[in-house]
Design a binder for this molecule. Structure first.
Ligand SMILES: [Zn+2]
Length: 69
């Protein structure tokens, strides 16, 4: 199943599945970095794939990147 994401669906997903906010207003594909605002107020950029599949839903300060596990 190939689910097509739009900026609206992504915004919805971000709202329901994280404490971050989506700042980007356009979505052009999986390789695009989207801009988010973390609950702490910091902004960070991430592809939606990472945000969704790797559960990287906060800024690096609140959720330091893990190398393993
Ligand atoms: Zn944060």
């Amino acid at each position: 199943m190939n689910k097509r994401w739009t900026i609206h669906k992504i915004n919805d997903f971000v709202e329901k599945n994280s404490e971050s906010k989506l700042l980007s207003t356009e979505y052009h594909g999986f390789s695009q970095k989207l801009e988010f605002q973390c609950a702490c107020g910091s902004r960070f950029e991430k592809t939606f794939t990472k945000f969704k599949n790797n559960h990287q839903r906060k800024c690096d300060a609140c959720q330091p990147p893990k190398t393993s596990r």
